[in-house]
Design a protein around this ligand. Sequence first.
Ligand code: PLP
Length: 365
Amino acid sequence: QSQDRVFNFAAGPAILPESVLKKAESELYIWRDSGMSVMEMSHRGKDFLSIIQKAESDLRTLLNISSDYAVLFLQGGATTQFAGIPLNLCKPEDPVDFVVTGSWGDKAFKEAQKYCKPSVIWSGKSEKYTKIPSFDALEQNPGAKYLHICANETIHGVEFKNYPTPNNKDGILIADMSSNFCSKPVDVSKFGVIYAGAQKNVGPSGVTIVIIRKDLIGNAQGITPVMLDFKIHAENNSLYNTPPCYGIYMCGLVFEDLLEQGGLQEFEKKNMKKAEILYNTIDESNGFYRCPVDKSVRSLMNVPFTLEKPDLESEFIKKAAEEKMVQLKGHRSVGGMRASIYNAMPLAGVEKLVAFMKDFLARHG
Ligand code: PLP
């Protein structure tokens, strides 16, 4: 990484690969032989069509997405899909199951209450969202339209390492993958819908990706706004209205980069290595640093930790920033620290953080 860039440990918007930013910079004013910037292009012209089609096809390659699934590039963030999914898949009286392992799952549940009849069949709230339930213990409603999970809870650092089998009549599992999207291979065929805001692993905020099994499209409630209707977007290849063109272009550059670097298996290995050295540093600090999350379900992407002496937190954050490691403050709802180590965080960034943490411990422990 260049000397003048910081190591950005933010949870999102988050660090992007430097090579991608440089490529975008080199094409900022003039994209290929178009004579204009991607920002200035018609979304219906052949140049932008080639950009969005390549982005989709590279994402399909990365995640091995079959033709049974539509890939939609939408707007409004994952939060918009908290409403979009029940509106598209449920009638108002339909029951739906939620496993709530953190704040994002809880928000998705609360939004769904407006459009269907969701129930929380398991919540980790009383244990401060540090666990994933045993799947045997889940009492799923066989009449539920779908089972919803948040694959990685960004604030709490809790990640599903495998996925529950939905018991509902159509066997539909839906996952918010905003904060671990494209961080590792996923068997898409296990899901009815996968959705993700782009601004962690794959691009700028504003783009929202929805991967949906095609047979689930076409049942939206009558009140569904046209902008939330998956059928409209699928029929129009995400070009019903003006899409977030530049953001989609940036996601495309990231997908290309992920493929060039060996695909998601490679990234999973790199992400495991980064997470391992960080969690080891926390666990080997004799309680000076602490991560409350169950070891077996700790996130590879978001690593929350606290200090035994909380009054040292601001000093920790300030000194780290002086060494160009920024955005280490935990989410305002949980406090402490959080290091987000998405795909684009180089191993060198985590090694530098770990060296800093050991030094900080030596001085204050
Ligand atoms: N879901 C998860 C897991 C998230 O981490 C976030 C956001 O930051 C969201 C949903 C909300 O995403 P957005 O801000 O794109 O609506």
